[in-house]
Structure formats: C-alpha cells, structure tokens
Design a protein around this ligand. Structure first.
Ligand code: NAD
Ligand code: IPM
Ligand code: MN
Length: 349
C-alpha cells in the first residue's frame, strides 16, 4: 500500500480536538501514513515568541501534505498567528487555489426554507487580493488616523486560478462557472478578473460562464443556492461566502477545505498542499468536546483525493455521508470523540 508522509499542525483551541479525531479516521483507512506533529500556535508563541520558524517552514516543504486544525487564540493579538503562521504557509507554499466545496449531504438540515439541492465548489483565490498585508497606517491613534489595506490582483495570479476553475467546471455535470466579484465598485481589480474570465472562457465553450456581484451572490446563497456550480472569486469574498456556504449546508462543523498548490509532483513549483476545516479555533467551545470533527475528516478525504488515493478518499467520504444520513434519525448529541470513533468504525467497516 501507499506510504504518505504527513505534517500535522493541530494549532489552537478546537483545532487540537478535531485533528485528533481526524487522525483516528485516517488511521482506520489503513494507509501507511507517517505523521509528524508540529506544536505551532499560541502555546509555542507564548513560550518562545516563534510563529513559524524558517527551519520549520523548510522542513514542512518536504512532506506530501499538511493537515491543519485551526489557529488563533484570544491570548494573542488578532492577526499574529493568522498572518505569521496560517497565511504565511498559504503564501510560501503558493496555495493559490483555496478549494471549498459547499454541499448539502442527504439527511442534513439546512436553515433555508423549502427544499434545496446545494452542490457547489467555491474556488477562492489564496495568495492575493486584500490578504497580502500591503497597506499601512498613518497618525495611528489620532483623530486623523488613516489606515489603508490594499488589494493585489496580478494578471498571473488571477489567470492561474481562473484556469483551475474552468478545468474544475468542465469535469462537473452542470459545467457552469460563476465569477463573483464587485466590478461595479472595485473597478480596477474587478475589470482584471472579468477580462481574464472572458478571455479564458473562449477556450472552454462547453462551460457556461456567468457573473454575479458578491452582494447579490450572498443573497442567492440563502435564497437560490442551486444557481451555483463552480464559483471563482477573490480571496476575501471567498472567505466570507464560504462561511455563508457552511451555514446553509449544515453548519461550520461540516465545511472542509484544501489550500492547493496544483503544480505537478517533481516540478520546481511543487509544494505540499494543506488541508483544514473552514472553521477557526472556536474559543467559545474549546476544551469541552463539543466541536464537530466532521469538517476535518472531510478535509482529510480531500487530501487523500489530492494525493491520488481516490478509493481511500471515497471510503472516508462515504463514512461521513452515512454518519450524516443517520444524524436526524438518531437525534442524539455526540461529543467530538464519539463522532470520531463512529466515523473511524464506519471506515473500518
Ligand atoms: P470560528 O470558526 O472559530 O467560530 C465561529 C462559531 O462557530 C463559534 O460559535 C464556534 O463555536 C462555532 N464552531 C466552529 N467550529 C465548530 C465545530 N467544528 N463544531 C461546532 N461548532 C463550531 O470563528 P471565530 O470565532 O471568528 O474565530 C476564532 C479564532 O479562530 C480567531 O482567532 C480566528 O482568527 C481563528 N480562525 C482560524 C481559522 C483557521 O485556522 N483556518 C479560520 C477561522 C478563524
Ligand atoms: C479561513 C480563516 C482565515 C482566512 C483567517 C484565520 C486568516 O478565516 O481559513 O477561512 O481569512 O482565510
Ligand atoms: Mn474564514
């Protein structure tokens, strides 16, 4: 069987709890997975001042993939761990595709009125937009303070993620790609995105291309989510939309993601992709065994799929689908560990 080398960053809060269950399920798949855990996060930061040491980053480049729980803690100023650990990994490992499926599994309750079939993939750009950290502050703390936060959009960066989105759309039955942006206000960035989509679309006549402003898209997520198949969007719009996506598809505890560097293995630009639940460290429920580890388990299925272990990925996904299908009937609340145990048992069969 295959041997995979996996770096694990449980991180903070419920990150540690959900990753423990994810690894339990991965173990049940029976792969020869060799995992190495890295204690990055709030505790390490308090102990040593380090967020992501250069040697650790260099080491992480050597794995097949990275599994991350969540980072961020109330004891650390906002942005320190998010920027210097999580975003640094996404940027340094060139995770330009942030892949976020939004799918309502059979048996899962949606807060939306009426019956809905929700099955889309949000492809969120992962290395540019307002996330680069460009900007600054003048006269901080005075009444004349000016804070800027610039959005970077390069022809290269937009085109590569748009091409990935067309390639994704063409593999799906509906073959529909929607660009979500705000071209009516963000005229420079929006114009670049729209022109790139327009130009690349001529190479994909089988794909129906559509456009939606992000405000309207937010509305359609909660009124007519079936409008969407594949969405390609800017880093920040994708962040916000996928929390809405999580909410309509059964909750944030089910939403999985992959920070993907699609370069082929062996190429100079290859780097490990990183898989993580969409949710954060949830300080409000951390340490209580209340977190749903399902998002992490589904992220592991995405990881296995990315690594070409499609049969194993399918087994994990089926375990989740079966578990979700039984939830309403069962009507009992399980702890993080109980859900992990149940999923592992289903994978073992
Ligand atoms: P959050 O996702 O941590 O929590 C939002 C709400 O969802 C909370 O009420 C929480 O209890 C609930 N929730 C989250 N995951 C859940 C799960 N698996 N099961 C059940 N309920 C769940 O978002 P937040 O509160 O805005 O952020 C908390 C911290 O996490 C911040 O420091 C933030 O920067 C960080 N964060 C990190 C990541 C990441 O590491 N990828 C993502 C988002 C937020
Ligand atoms: C996410 C998170 C991160 C993001 C934060 C913690 C940097 O919200 O993964 O969705 O904004 O990308
Ligand atoms: Mn987010």
């Amino acid at each position: 069987s295959h041997n995979i080398r996996l770096a694990v960053i449980p991180g903070d809060g419920i990150g540690k709890e959900v990753v423990a269950e994810g690894l339990k399920v991965l173990d049940a798949v029976g792969l020869k997975a060799e995992t190495t855990t890295y204690d990055l996060g709030a505790a390490r930061y308090h102990a040593t001042g380090e967020t992501l040491p250069e040697e650790t980053l260099a080491e992480l480049r050597g794995y097949d993939a990275i599994l991350l729980g969540a980072v961020g803690d109330p004891s650390v100023p906002p942005g320190v761990l998010e920027r210097e650990l999580l975003l640094k990994l996404r940027f340094e490992l060139d995770h330009y595709v942030n892949l976020r499926p939004v799918r309502l599994y059979p048996g899962v309750e949606t807060p939306l009125a009426g019956d809905h079939s929700i099955d889309m993939v949000v492809i969120r750009e992962g290395t540019e937009g307002p996330y680069t950290g460009a900007g600054g502050v003048m006269r901080r703390g005075t009444a004349q303070e000016i804070a800027t936060q610039e959005s970077f959009n390069t022809a290269f960066g937009v085109e590569r993620v748009v091409r990935y989105a067309f390639e994704k759309a063409i593999t799906r039955p509906r073959r529909k790609l929607t660009l979500v942006h705000k071209t009516n206000v963000l005229t420079y960035a929006g114009d670049l995105w729209a022109r790139v989509v327009e130009r690349v679309s001529t190479e994909y006549p089988e794909v129906a291309t559509d456009y939606c402003h992000v405000d309207a898209a937010s509305m359609f997520f909660v009124t007519q989510p079936e409008r969407f198949d594949v969405i390609v969007t800017d880093n920040l719009f994708g962040d916000i939309l996928t929390d809405i996506g999580a909410a309509i598809a059964g909750g944030i505890g089910l939403a999985a993601s992959g920070n993907v560097n699609p370069s082929s293995v062996g190429s100079a630009s290859w780097a490990p992709s990183m898989f993580e639940p969409v949710h954060g460290s949830a300080p409000d429920i951390a340490g209580q065994g209340k977190a749903d580890p399902t998002a992490t388990v589904l992220s592991i299925a995405m990881m296995l799929d990315h690594l070409g272990l499609t049969a194993e990925a399918a087994r994990v996904e089926k375990a989740v689908a079966d578990d979700l299908a039984g939830r309403q009937v069962a009507g009992i609340t399980r702890s993080t560990r109980e859900i992990g145990d149940d999923l592992a048992a289903r994978v073992t069969g």
